[in-house]
Design a protein around this ligand. Structure first.
Ligand SMILES: *Cc1c(COP(=O)(O)O)cnc(C)c1O
Ligand SMILES: [Zn+2]
Length: 412
């Protein structure tokens, strides 16, 4: 058993604090909206997680940051290898974006193909530590497939609620990983509500990201990795797409933790990217700050969340980091997908490609300056949603199997 550095919970709404018991989901006073933050003993972590210890650590997965995770277990060989995904210095894309320096964090390299593995690995571990035999979630796709994959590897059952519009690649993953899959006739909201009621009724472990505070802590490991891979000199900006808001909230928490323990000296500005067809955070930020339910009208299914479940952490991430919100059209997303693929060889699903489009827009709008460095997080692999990717590109040129036909085809 590893030493635990979690000391408590703090409600993000009313500020009330509770001692850490490894089990709390939401604030008993505020109910479902009272999302909790986990609090850490930063003094203790300071000596457990030093640059030297990390440099000598041979665990090349997110579990190298175990002191900053809400887990007791240390048997990490039993897990899928989540995290420690590549961070590339851009060869070409920075000049096309009008920037001096760009990095790309390719989280499509996780075992089930998205950043969601970081949350699911922690959730499954946490479920097992708390003696659950079944884990459940509702999801637009990636949370589900990562939950199912990590649960399969760790030997517990998964029950997954998906809205009908989930792309087939993601559905296929769930089914192959052996999950019980419930395809709900409705939107994400209806799916979420059914899962919530079923979880309450059957007593399963709740992997719903908006509610469960360990989820943000898993996702924050992407920030820890970016900082370590940049040798603790973080870029001026880190850009990521936003649906429920759990990922962006986690990224902020990760950088904040590193600053608290003295491994970095500043938190990067965070650019939160949404799709114009579903951008409740952008609308709130440019209006009176109030979130109103939005339509879910975008091909970027992973960020098509009309009623975000983690608004407090998401809004805080952008505000406290002095970052910005931006929205891009579906067409910009497809262009961003092609740009990243063509210039750097990284294939993103639409929600991930929105980040490239968002950075481009933010440069054009003067939000990001040419001299500022930027990390683009590609949150999921393009192979997850081939149907939409094919909308971005032209069809291959048909050709008879002769050199003459090849020359006549015009492709060369
Ligand atoms: C879930 C997801 C996001 C957004 O994360 P939230 O926590 O919902 O804000 C972005 N990109 C991809 C690929 C995702 O799966
Ligand atoms: Zn509260």
């Amino acid at each position: 058993m590893k030493k635990m550095f979690c000391i408590g919970y703090k409600c993000t709404l009313c500020g009330k604090e509770f001692p850490y018991n490894g089990k709390m989901l939401t604030c008993p006073e505020c109910g479902e909206k009272g999302i909790l933050d986990i609090q850490f003993d930063y003094q203790g972590i300071k000596s457990a997680l030093t640059r030297e210890k990390l440099a000598a650590n041979k665990n090349f997965s997110m579990f190298r940051y175990a002191p900053l995770l809400p887990l007791r277990n240390t048997d990490f060989g039993r897990y899928l290898r989540v995290g420690y995904t590549p961070l590339y210095k851009a060869n070409l894309i920075h000049s096309e974006l009008g920037l001096d320096s760009v990095y790309i964090k390719d989280d499509g390299h996780n075992p089930t193909g998205s950043l969601k593995d970081r949350a699911s690995a922690v959730a499954v571990a946490h479920a097992i530590e708390n003696d659950y035999t079944t884990i459940a979630c509702s999801s637009t796709g990636n949370a589900a497939s990562s939950c199912a994959g990590n649960a399969a590897r760790m030997g517990i059952k998964s029950v997954i609620f998906v809205p009908q519009r989930a792309p087939e690649g993601k559905l296929a993953q769930l089914l192959v990983y052996g999950a019980k899959v419930v395809s709900v006739a409705g939107d994400y909201r209806a799916t979420f509500e059914l899962s919530r009621d079923a979880i309450a009724k059957y007593g399963w472990y709740n992997r719903n990201a908006g509610i469960n505070p360990v989820m943000t802590e898993g996702k924050k490991t992407v920030a820890l990795e970016i900082a370590e891979q940049l040798d603790w000199n973080v870029t001026d900006w880190v850009a990521v797409s936003v649906g429920d808001g759990c990922t962006v909230g986690g990224i902020y928490n990760g950088f904040r933790d590193l600053k608290e323990i003295g491994l970095i000296d500043r938190v990067p500005k965070i650019l939160g990217v949404q799709s114009l067809g579903c951008c409740p955070f952008v609308t709130a930020a440019t209006g009176d700050g109030k979130l109103v339910p939005a339509e879910e009208n975008t091909l970027a299914d992973s960020i098509a969340v009309g009623i975000p479940r983690n608004p407090v952490k998401a809004l805080r991430a952008i505000r406290e980091s002095h970052g910005a919100w931006i929205a891009v059209s579906d067409n910009d997303i497809l262009e961003g997908m092609k740009l990243l693929g063509r210039t750097e060889g990284v294939f993103s699903e639409p929600a991930a490609a929105s980040v490239t489009a968002g950075v481009k827009q933010a440069v054009q709008d003067g939000i990001i300056k040419k001299s500022e460095s930027v990390t683009i997080i590609s949150t999921g692999s393009g192979l997850k949603d081939v149907k939409n990717a094919l909308k971005a590109v032209t069809r291959p040129v048909p050709c008879e199997p002769t050199i003459e036909a090849l020359e006549a085809s015009g492709i060369l």
